[in-house]
Structures are given as structure tokens and as C-alpha cells.
Design a protein around this ligand. Structure first.
Ligand SMILES: C[S@@+](CC[C@H](N)C(=O)[O-])C[C@H]1O[C@@H](n2cnc3c(N)ncnc32)[C@H](O)[C@@H]1O
Length: 207
């Protein structure tokens, strides 16, 4: 998907509502994953393809994380910055394509929600590797991405019929996620399902 496609997605009220509801499921799942991670108020977290940044806003408020949010679509990043300012939540914002990030800075947690499924082939492998390259040794990757499951395909077919399906994406299988972890020398700590089985949550650790 290119920037023009994201412009259409972010201007849809339907997508904004669905994104908010999905965010509640992912946040609840993230709280469960925290028991597998060592965190403190010094924890540095980066979200790639942050969009509205709603999940991170709530995580910073609760855990006081040092957060960085990256997106390459300026209007949504500007909106997110205003929302953080209104809520008096501090974070660093980077307007950039994730494929152009440098990896000098490393993070304790690298998060993405609804990002990697939008890439295919080499770019898909590269997008996953970028998460790893930004993670400190001993740090964690947390990725939320659609699962090629019955519930995903039913939901997608309904939306396609109703004309409310707006994105181009290829859902993951567990096998593909595990293969990517192995190819990047990551320990997969937990792969669970959320949103009625239609999405994966992956927690992996960089050795
Ligand atoms: C489905 S949205 C993510 C929603 C977000 N997690 C939220 O809760 O609002 C995917 C986001 O990734 C961003 N994105 C897509 N490709 C990107 C890239 N190559 N570099 C940076 N951001 C990208 C899009 O602009 C979009 O805002």
C-alpha cells in the first residue's frame, strides 16, 4: 500500500471506529504479555507504523515508558501528536518510512500493530527484520498481525461484500511467523490469538 492508500483509509470513519475497537483487544492482550517481559519506567519502546498511537498513549500513561512513534503518513502523525499534547503525554515522533530508519538507537520493546501484513515478498521479510534490528539484545518484539484463519476470512469476505474492505494485506500463518523468528535468530516466547482468533499476537525475544 502506498501513502495515497493510507490517506483513503485514515479518512474513513468506519476504519477509525474499527481501529479503536481492535486497539482495545490488542491493549488487553499486551497487558497479558507484560508478565513475560521485564519492564520499568526506563523501558524504551518504539512503535512502527503507529497510526493513531492510541495503544502506546495508554501504555505510556500506565507504565511511563520512554516512547518513540514512527509513521510515514504526515496527516495521521500530526493528528497523533496533537492527541498526545492534549493528553499531556510526552513521546518522540518520527515521520519516516520504516525502510529508511537507521538502527543506531535500539529499544527494549519494538511494537507494531497492523503493519507487516501490508508487505509482500522481500519487503515482508525486510519489515520483520527491521523490528529485530531496532531491538536491544535481550529486548522484545511485539507484533499484532492478521492470522489466516476462518474468523479472519469470514470477516474479510463480509467487508468485501459490503464494500468496507479498504486495505491490501496478506494474513500470516503461525508457520510463517515462526520461520521469520528463526531466520532472525529470535526466540518466540508466545504466539497467541486475539480478536476471536482473527489476529496473532507475537512476543519474541532478541538473544
Ligand atoms: C493499520 S495502520 C496502524 C494502526 C495503528 N496501529 C493504530 O492503532 O492506529 C498502519 C500504519 O502504518 C503506516 N505505514 C505503512 N507503511 C509504512 C512504512 N513503510 N513506514 C512507516 N509507516 C508505514 C501507515 O501510514 C498506517 O498509519
Amino acid at each position: 500500500m502506498n501513502i495515497k492508500d493510507w490517506e483513503q483509509v485514515w479518512s474513513s470513519n468506519f476504519f477509525l471506529t474499527v481501529n479503536k475497537i481492535y486497539g482495545m483487544f490488542f491493549l488487553k492482550n499486551f497487558f497479558n504479555l507484560l508478565k513475560y517481559m521485564k519492564i520499568s519506567s526506563k523501558t524504551k519502546i518504539i512503535e512502527l507504523g503507529c497510526g493513531s498511537g492510541e495503544i502506546l498513549l495508554k501504555l505510556i500513561r500506565k507504565y511511563n515508558f520512554k516512547a518513540t512513534l514512527v509513521d510515514n503518513y504526515k496527516p495521521i502523525l500530526d493528528k497523533t501528536i496533537s492527541n498526545f499534547n492534549e493528553n499531556k503525554i510526552k513521546a518522540e515522533f518520527i515521520l519516516k518510512d520504516i525502510f529508511k530508519l537507521n538502527f543506531k538507537k535500539k529499544y527494549d520493546i519494538v511494537l507494531s500493530v497492523g503493519l507487516i501484513e501490508h508487505f509482500k515478498g522481500k519487503k515482508r521479510e525486510e519489515a520483520f527484520k527491521i523490528h529485530k534490528n531496532l531491538t536491544k539484545r535481550g529486548g522484545y518484539l511485539v507484533i499484532y498481525t492478521p492470522s489466516s484463519s476462518f474468523s479472519y476470512w469470514v470477516g474479510r469476505k463480509i467487508n468485501e461484500k459490503l464494500g468496507t474492505w479498504m486495505v491490501s494485506e496478506t494474513p500470516f500463518t503461525k508457520k510463517e511467523l515462526l520461520r521469520m523468528c528463526k531466520a532472525n535468530n529470535l526466540i518466540s516466547i508466545k504466539i497467541s490469538k486475539t480478536l476471536f482468533g482473527s489476529w496473532f499476537s507475537l512476543l519474541a525475544k532478541r538473544l
